[in-house]
Write a protein that binds this ligand. Structure first.
Ligand code: ATP
Ligand code: MG
Length: 608
């Protein structure tokens, strides 16, 4: 076993207490022009004590037995080759959450070992997204590239100990020599090179004397190991690609399976939490640490990655969607990326709550996207002010309402008593818009909205009764509805107590603001787009985006900007899109309300 020497002295300092303070408050997402409460301060601790999953149980046991000297140090190790998605959020909540709960710290470390796929844009987005989620790494921001020189020295040490060699096989030959699950591999003909020759060749590799792909440094482990990862894995490859941080200083780059355990050990990580696909890599993880001089041995623990129905969670696939223009970018609100969810209007609190609800386990599964939608609704329900927006307007004229008269109703932003979010003024006049869906000429059973002869309530205003309709002579479509109102029902309450079942949202046509509303549906038509025979691109939902250009909204929202979000009454939750401007308001539907009528209608269809 290696002795304990320099590695830990040079490792990052022990935690200062400041970095363990709760995360800063997340941005208030509900900001209406009228006073509304800012969102509650966010922090991983706010949700109360989490139940002990198997990872937390390990951490608790280790603390009790004094393993790792009672320290808890975790890390979140993204590769900057794409934007973070909600699967990463699960890992982030776990890595940072465990550290915070057990008095430890969590590092943010970029695993930037493959410059050909990595980019500063991704690095910056990852930093933004982890912060946005509500987590803080204090001064512990690291990069695998910070350790390139040390990793190189560790490789020299492996060579000196006869544990690594320079191999001249081509990548294709390496693959052929590896064997299969049922057959052992073959030793490379270069396996028995002398230490001196290996040292010389490795130094010359670093010096750039050999072309890319011509040589590798390989671990000398066991070509007959039942674990393919242990069959002399490649540790270093020649690659003349400039690196975003080290520029052209290096033309050899370490492989992930080599750089990752050693970076963990150098940072004195205690619990290296990763996803299940790394389980078979654990022996190599341990081998790397045990065969160089390090006195710290982090424990790798694997958990099941998050899969979500109706979407894909691989950065490579998401990149394909972006590059081929199937979505508008990494932050397209249909994407499962944190940037996409943020743009859509989902709050960090909702994502953290979702991650808590799904828990941590060791068995792979696909989580129903409705669980995410439920978490989002529960979060927005308590923070989003209610306003009225008519998505598909139908003009309604109230024939007996005085021409030119305008009344203003004080409508509460939130249906509680007393209204904690206050009131806004909503103008009412003779001509209003109702939702096109809220009128039918021949109402089916249980349809309680407007229909000829039917009386309905306009939210907080009056009761109106439908008297007649005007149709487009060509298409027969109803283009205007004529109603009368009952002046005695001001505020929406009939003095005689008569029952009115439907309550509709409405807008005064003269006062309503035009608004573009973007309705999002699932990105794919099937639950598991990667589990089908067809290419996943063939399973994209052609109706994942519907843009309503002619919607109208109440004037109180004028001037809103992201990340403001609202409940549009009876529709769902909507957020201001960054494309929005004072001249052109644009909203994204975050999630629809649970819609009782569509459920009744769907049941009816099934029954037919
Ligand atoms: P992808 O497969 O999308 O490329 P990755 O695992 O290569 O993802 P990394 O940047 O290496 O992406 O991931 C950083 C961390 O996030 C790793 O510890 C990884 O295990 C974890 N992670 C990635 N995807 C998920 C997921 N779907 N669920 C939970 N954790 C994940
Ligand atoms: Mg990875």
């Amino acid at each position: 076993m290696p002795d304990a020497r320099s590695s830990c002295n040079a490792s990052p300092p022990e935690p200062a207490t400041a970095e363990l303070a709760p995360a800063p408050p997340a941005p208030a997402s509900a900001m209406a022009p009228a006073p509304v409460p800012a969102s509650a301060p966010a922090g991983p601790a706010e949700a109360g004590p989490p139940s002990l999953d198997f990872i937390r149980s390990i951490v608790v046991d280790d603390s009790r037995t004094g393993k790792h000297g009672g320290r808890v140090v975790t890390r979140f190790p993204p590769e900057p080759n794409g934007y973070l998605h909600i699967g990463h959020a699960k890992a982030i909540c776990l890595d940072f959450g465990v550290a915070a709960e057990y008095g430890g710290r969590c590092h943010l470390r970029f695993d930037d070992t493959n410059p050909s796929k990595e980019d500063v844009e991704y690095t910056e987005s990852i930093i933004e997204d982890v912060r946005w989620l509500g987590f803080d790494w204090g001064e512990h921001l690291y990069h695998a590239s910070d350790y390139f020189e040390r990793l190189y020295q560790f490789a020299i040490e492996l060579i000196e100990r006869g544990r690594a060699y320079i191999c001249d096989l081509t990548p294709e030959e390496v693959r052929r020599f590896r064997g299969t699950l049922t057959e052992p591999g073959l030793d490379s003909p270069y396996r028995d090179r002398s230490v001196e020759e290996n040292l010389d060749l490795f130094r010359r590799m670093r010096a750039g004397e050999f072309p890319d792909g011509s040589r590798t440094l390989r671990a000398k482990i066991d070509m007959a190991s039942p674990n393919l990862n242990m069959r002399d894995p490649v540790l270093y490859r020649l690659m003349r690609v400039a690196h975003q941080r080290t520029g052209d200083s290096w033309c050899i780059y370490p492989m992930y399976d080599y750089a990752h355990p050693l970076s963990d050990a150098v940072e004195r990580i205690t619990h290296s939490i990763c996803t299940l696909e790394f389980e078979a890599h654990r022996p190599l993880y341990d081998w790397c640490i045990e065969n160089v001089t390090l006195d710290c041995h982090p424990q790798q623990i694997e958990f099941a990655r998050l899969n979500l129905s109706y979407t894909v969670m691989s950065k490579r696939k998401l990149l394909q969607l972006v590059q081929q223009g199937h979505v508008r970018g990494w932050d397209d609100p249909r994407m499962p990326t944190l940037a996409g969810l943020r743009r859509r209007g989902v709050t960090p609190e909702a994502i953290r709550s979702f991650c808590e609800r799904i828990g941590v386990a060791k068995r792979d599964s696909i989580v129903d996207v409705q669980m995410l939608e439920d978490a989002v609704r529960d979060d927005l329900n308590v923070r989003a002010p209610r306003v009225m927006c008519v998505l598909r307007p139908l003009k309604v004229v109230i024939d007996n309402y005085p021409d030119g008269q305008v009344e203003e109703f004080d409508v509460p932003y939130y249906p509680d008593d007393p209204p904690r979010m206050g009131y806004r003024k909503v103008p009412f006049s003779k001509e209003i818009y109702l939702e096109r869906d809220d009128f039918v000429e021949e109402p089916p059973k249980k349809f309680f909205r407007l229909a000829p002869g039917r009386e309905v309530r306009l939210r907080q205003a009056y009761l109106i009764t439908c008297q007649s309709v005007v149709k487009d002579p060509q298409t027969g479509e109803v283009v205007e509805v004529h109603c009368t109102y009952d002046p005695a029902t001001r505020g929406g309450m009939p003095p005689d107590g008569r029952k009115v079942k439907g309550t509709l949202h409405w807008l005064s046509t003269a006062h309503a603001l035009p608004v573009e509303v973007r309705l999002y549906d699932r990105l794919f038509t099937v639950e598991n787009p990667l589990g089908e025979k067809q290419d996943f691109l063939a399973l994209l939902n052609p109706r994942s985006l519907e843009t309503l250009a002619g919607s109208r909204i109440e004037p109180s929202v004028a001037g809103v900007a992201p990340p403001a979000c609202f409940q549009f009454e009876r529709q769902g939750y909507f957020a201001v899109d960054p494309d929005s401007s004072a001249g052109k308001l644009i909203f994204n539907r975050i999630v629809a309300l649970r819609d009782s009528w569509s459920k009744i209608a769907a049941k009816g269809e099934q029954g037919q």
